[in-house]
Design a binder for this molecule. Sequence first.
Ligand code: PHE
Length: 451
Amino acid sequence: MKKLPETPLGQGKADRFTSSGFILAAIGSSVGLGNMWKFPYITGMYGGAAFFLLFIICLILVGLPILLAEMTIGRGGRGNAASSLSNLVHNKNWKWLGFLMVLTAFLIMSYYGVVAGWTLQYTVDSLTGALSKPGMDFEKQFVDFAGGYWPLFWHLIVMVLVGIVVGKGISGGIEKFNKYLIPGFLVILLVLMFRSLTLPGAAEGVEFFLKPDFSALTGESALVALGHAFFSLSLGMGCMLTYGAYVEKEQSLGKATVAIGVGDLGYAFIAGLIIFPTVFSYGLEPQKGVGLAFMALPAAFSQMPLGALFGGLFFLLLAIAALTSAVSILEVPVAYAMNTWKWSRKKAAAIISTAAYVLGIPAGLSVTGVLSSWLPFGKSVFDWFDFLTSYLLMPLGGLIVTLFTGYAWKRAGEEAGLTGFWYKAWMFSLRYLAPVLILAVLLYSLFVKPV
Ligand code: PHE
């Protein structure tokens, strides 16, 4: 086997994460819009604490093993999401399967930036009081906003910012960005949690979020929990794999896996303790997805004393969550372009973020804007992006990772530093449990109904 290059790029001096920087960046990637409103919502809907328990089980049995596998492939292969695979085995065709993950990341980047842009606009609007006019109709407000042209501007700001951070590299860009934002994020989160739990009637919201209802646990809730564990840990699109390529040999990947899992779960849990007490305290209905974050919550904040401030902080949280995930997504195609086409990091970041911006424009305009009535094959452009990536390409990417680590690459245990029981347990998940369950999620979301 050929000797592997010292840096993922095989050129220049090694640009690596420090060990704490890596954990923060990986938590920054995993904590995203999924934690901030999808997790709380599906927990409330599928059985509260009972679902939470199920989610933890899925996270441990399937999510964490794949997370560890991705990081291990990256560190072992020292390449991008495509070449790391083919660097490790004789069959070079694996890189084409890996390339699928690079493509997935690029597609996700293009529409994730749209939503990140909304969070910036809502942060500014909350802080300036534009969202706390009495008697405001928040549904109309959102529909008008997303249907207008301002989102194109905010989307641009997001892509420029993310492009700059990624262009500055791992230690000087991505690591620094996360080092400031993730602890700041925790502080704001705790302030908001304190605020929401002391609102009158907060207990009702906590009850909606956590009341254990074991009768609500069905096969469907298991698949939803599994699918979300996957999305929440940023798996199946080469993100953790690419970050793994910048990790030092000395760092324990097992410990990193546990830290990232606990971080992801903790942030999601606190988000639930903010959202539902706030919504219930003002007698509002908990809604799904976009409605919850951009309609129900602004309505609650508009009635709260100092609501402009708390609302601003809440949207700032969403913005941070989205931005620290977005940099990890952009890094996947950027590392690929640097490796494959020998582009400099800055050039790769500039060209790819611009391309993702352009591709995201139709997605942005199709939510409630000019393209919203154009429904090729029954879905808007935005919904197609979401459907293709979350329900098809990401599970497929996960399957590739499990099969590669479980069957094709024989030295994964050595690179991951696992022996004995833990190695056997890891392999059991990667070889049997995870592929079967991912296939179930894939079929379920294709043929039953995506949540
Ligand atoms: N994990 C992020 C979330 O919970 C989403 C994400 C998916 C980020 C894939 C990066 C890559 O929202």
